[in-house]
Design a protein around this ligand. Structure first.
Ligand code: WQD
Length: 340
């Protein structure tokens, strides 16, 4: 049984990746520092899968913190998800994002070389594409990052390419996420932002349960079919399965570093998402149209053929599933992760 180290495994993406890894027959070791997650998520993974993941509390920015992990477990591959990811916050605190996201990666690469662990799946983001020159967006689209968070992701991708060139045994799969939303169908794990959510789905589910009064729709004067922004929303369990496919495909990969978009290839406007949510949850979402949010792009959706062709991965769930599952998580966990 292969052992996979999942950094940030207690987070929104991480907890869903751990569930899919366990169910695919892998042994899972999680490291997390709970800066944006909670230990309760690890209990919920056990409730879903019937298996407890191995865990060590580690701050990856602390050099030397990872040695104990690699000495304790015989790791076969790493899925690196740990990182700060709020675009707006990264503009306010750029140094925190550069220090955290880049030093964590550098310490991880040093340890992988030191302990001869040669397979890495890295969490990147469609935000590296910036305002697209054309859609659907292919992996070969120029990178034009517009915020410190996106720049940490692009810099990380460059670090990984240089690292692999200097250490040829490395095989690296870079996954560029479009908009992961939804939750595991059990309703036991889901998106659990601290404070007022930045992203639309957790904001909308908090409006739906009455925690927030109204959804602000950031602009309806974009050049789209209904004036609101278009995004490629992808179900979090589909996205998580994409990581398992990445691990399974990595050894047979031709190039030693490969980039894949994880999306559905479909674009949905904010209004379409809102109306779908209202329809499947039979709830009303009061909203107001406000000014555009700085930095938003009008249209973003993925060309997903490479992941399908080379990883054998394709999203299976639609917007209705995403809305229904996000609602179930929020409805059952109105205060987020509270100890059972
Ligand atoms: C989606 C749409 C908003 C909130 C971000 C990051 C990206 C990735 C995913 C990390 C946009 C609109 C939103 C609200 C709204 N994160 N919106 N009212 O900005 O596409 O992507 O999250 O990897 O890097 O950039 O996602 O959910 O914030 O916004 O109208 O209260 O919803 O304008 O059109 P985004 P989002």
């Amino acid at each position: 049984m292969e052992t996979i180290l999942v950094t940030g495994g207690a987070g929104f993406i991480g907890s869903h990746v751990c569930v899919e890894l366990v169910e695919a027959g892998f042994r899972v070791v999680v490291i997390d520092n709970f800066v944006n997650s909670t230990p309760e998520a690890l209990d919920r993974i056990a409730s879903i899968t019937g298996e407890r993941v191995h865990f060590m509390e580690v701050d990856m920015t602390d050099s030397g913190s990872l040695d104990e992990v690699f000495l304790t477990y015989s790791i076969d591959a790493v899925i690196h998800l740990a990182g700060l990811k709020a675009v707006g916050d990264s503009v306010i605190n750029p140094l925190r994002y550069y220090l955290n996201n880049l030093s964590s990666l550098l310490h991880l690469c040093e340890c992988m070389q030191k302990y001869h662990v040669h397979r890495l799946v890295f969490s990147s983001s469609a935000t590296v594409y910036g305002p697209p020159q054309h859609v659907p967006i292919k992996e070969t689209h120029p990178v034009q990052t517009e915020n410190p968070y996106g720049r940490t992701k692009h810099m990380s991708e460059q670090i990984l390419r240089d690292f692999q060139r200097s250490y040829f045994p490395m095989k690296i799969v870079i996954l560029r996420y479009f908009n992961p939303i939804g939750a595991h169908p059990s309703g036991l794990i889901g998106e659990n932002p601290t404070g007022v959510p930045n992203n639309i789905m957790p904001y909308m589910t908090e409006v739906a349960i009455g925690k927030l009064p109204v959804l602000q729709v950031f602009g309806n004067d974009y050049p789209t079919r209904d004036g609101t922004c278009i995004r490629d929303y992808v179900h979090i369990t589909d996205l998580a399965k994409g990581h398992v496919k990445g691990i399974e495909a990595i050894d047979s990969m031709e190039p030693s570093v490969a980039v894949y978009n994880l999306g559905t290839g479909e674009g949905t406007t904010v209004k379409e998402l809102l109306h779908t949510f209202e329809h499947v949850t039979e709830t009303k979402i009061p909203f107001t149209i406000t000014d555009r949010r700085p930095g938003d792009v009008a249209v973003s959706y993925a060309d997903v053929r490479a992941a399908e062709r080379e990883l054998g991965w394709k999203a299976t769930k639609g917007i209705e599933d995403m809305c229904r599952d996000a609602w179930r998580w929020q409805h059952r966990n109105p205060a987020g992760y509270v100890k059972n």
